[in-house]
Ligand binder design. Structure first.
Ligand code: SAH
Length: 240
């Protein structure tokens, strides 16, 4: 009898341990919300430390689920909420959170503005712009990434974002003029078609250059372009 009780106790202990390890796995599962919410809060805290001050941009960054825009097979490659770029396939990356927040802050997007993004990539930056109330048009040259972004944007509730598979050098004339343009891949020179598609008073932010790149901020005033050089950066090239 005693033996049976010891045996039963052992079985109960084992199943308890098994259950505990299952629920532990669930908490740290790739899709587990609690864990990611904590990571997202830490990311936003880090952005504050790096002097991002725009509360609207910070709120958007704490609202959008960054891990949902990184293709699942890459989630284990680099922590999705760490302050670094993460691979998304096809030799492309999702920009580091600081750069996303910085460019968003600089553009100062207002609700209802029409915004063009060049380089949809994962769709994350487009989601941030949509979260700020912008009407977002985004162009991606790699069809597989454009498809991935469309899916991620739809499942995350940003189905109103329009993604075009095509060449960003041409812009999207049918929907121009734009209040703001954000380029997330680096051309050597400022693409003239994009300047043409910018509204009077509109602003554009883009990384410029090949090896030594700089963020450049443009504003169209009385048909002329005012240009300010900003941070040194490292983006993937804008291909032709
Ligand atoms: N904004 C993205 C990151 C972009 S990475 C995000 O939030 O995830 C840069 C993207 O620009 C890549 O996906 C690359 O394929 C795309 N790209 C490069 N050249 C392009 C071009 N000429 N037109 C459109 N997209 C281009």
């Amino acid at each position: 009898m005693k033996r049976v009780l010891v045996y039963l106790g052992f079985v109960l202990l084992l199943s308890g341990l098994l259950l505990a390890s299952c629920s532990e796995n669930q908490m740290t599962d790739k899709k587990g919300n609690y864990d990611w919410a904590e990571k997202r809060a830490a990311m936003v805290q880090q952005l504050r430390v790096y002097a991002i001050e725009d509360e609207r941009a910070l709120k958007a960054m704490s609202t959008v689920w960054r891990h949902k825009f990184i293709p699942e097979e890459y989630l284990g490659v680099a922590p999705p909420y760490g302050d670094h770029p993460c691979p998304i396939g096809y030799d492309q990356t999702i920009s580091q959170p600081y750069i996303v927040a910085y460019m968003t802050e600089k553009l100062n997007i207002q609700t209802g503005e029409k915004v063009l993004e060049i380089g949809t990539g994962s769709g994350y930056q487009a989601a941030i712009l949509a979260e700020l109330g912008a009407e977002v048009y985004s162009i991606e040259i790699i069809p597989e990434l454009a498809n991935h972004a469309r899916k991620a944007l739809t499942t995350e509730g940003y189905e109103q974002v329009k993604v075009l598979t095509g060449d960003g050098y041409k812009g999207w004339p049918e929907h121009s003029p734009f209040d703001a343009i954000i380029v997330t891949c680096a051309p050597e020179d400022i693409p003239q078609a994009l300047v043409n598609q910018l509204k009077e008073g509109g602003r554009m932010i883009l990384p410029l250059g090949v090896y030594m790149q700089r963020l450049v901020i443009l504003r169209k005033k009385s048909g002329r372009i005012e240009k300010v050089d900003d941070l040194p950066v490292r983006f993937v090239p804008m291909v032709r």
